[in-house]
Design a protein around this ligand. Sequence first.
Ligand code: FES
Length: 96
Amino acid sequence: MSWIKTIPATALEGEGVARAEAGGHRIALYDVDGAYYATADICTHGRAFLSDGYLDGHLIECPLHQGLFDVRTGAPAGAPCTVAVRCFPVKLEDGM
Ligand code: FES
């Protein structure tokens, strides 16, 4: 596997979620108490970006209909979301 450098970890400070590009795909990155996760940015329920959502613990709330996903697994965790969002491996290296 090859790694793709995205954004500084400091970009996740405050909200705990930020948008990034990786391999031509838009992803959402999360910092949950120092553990980093990545999912596809687009919600599986509609045309909304999870990086615009609200992170509460390990749950990201979609900004459009308030559906929930577990950022650790991508699993839907609250209606109306029923389809998992894709997850990607993340590592922190040199602050990125
Ligand atoms: Fe995300 Fe509907 S678009 S919950």
